[in-house]
Design a protein around this ligand. Structure first.
Ligand SMILES: Nc1nc2c(ncn2[C@@H]2O[C@H](COP(=O)(O)OP(=O)(O)OP(=O)(O)O)[C@@H](O)[C@H]2O)c(=O)[nH]1
Length: 149
């Protein structure tokens, strides 16, 4: 059993894990998600082109008002870069979403990118925990309300 501390919350991240190659991503994958991390590879122009299609999918299939962040990953591979940083910035600007160049390998901007996304989600969903039943091990079961956040 895992008891969630009363001042914390759980985040679930799901990776498409290559399913997109087989067109097996269902609408249910999008529904209920509060945010999306769209990642392209700065050394792979196909992955950059794919972002437009992902954005379309999100707008068609996800709930309204989801938060999205765009990442240009593998920025450690500067010599193999084919997508200039300004193209990522421009695309993100057009969509009105935050943009970071990241390196998962070198741990560049990963924490900042996820922090920005989570903050936006929490700012938008200030009542995100309203209906959660929280078990306080020191007290009897009680229901939290917005003003207790
Ligand atoms: N140099 C470098 N390599 C990376 C970086 N991120 C991922 N890789 C490498 O890129 C390859 C693919 O990484 P994955 O995380 O499997 O990429 P993915 O797009 O999630 O793949 P699927 O889950 O199969 O869709 C692996 O060999 C990683 O080690 C990065 O920031 N820099």
């Amino acid at each position: 059993m895992y008891a969630v501390p009363s001042d914390s919350f759980l985040l679930y991240f799901r990776d498409t894990a290559g399913q997109e190659q087989f067109h097996t991503i269902s609408t249910s994958y999008f529904r209920g998600a509060r945010g999306f991390v769209l990642v392209y590879d700065i050394t792979n122009s196909d992955s950059f082109q794919g972002i437009t299609s992902w954005m379309k999918d999100i707008h068609e299939k996800a709930d309204d008002e989801v938060d999205i962040v765009l990442l240009g990953n593998k920025c450690d591979k500067e010599t193999e870069r084919v997508i200039p940083k300004h193209r990522g910035e421009k695309l993100a600007w057009e969509y009105g979403i935050p943009f970071f160049e990241t390196s998962a390998t070198d741990n560049i901007n990963i924490e900042d990118a996820f922090s920005v996304l989570v903050k936006e989600i929490l700012d938008k969903n200030s009542c995100i925990l309203c209906d959660l039943d929280v078990v306080d091990l020191n007290e009897s079961k009680k229901k939290r309300t917005c003003c207790q956040l």
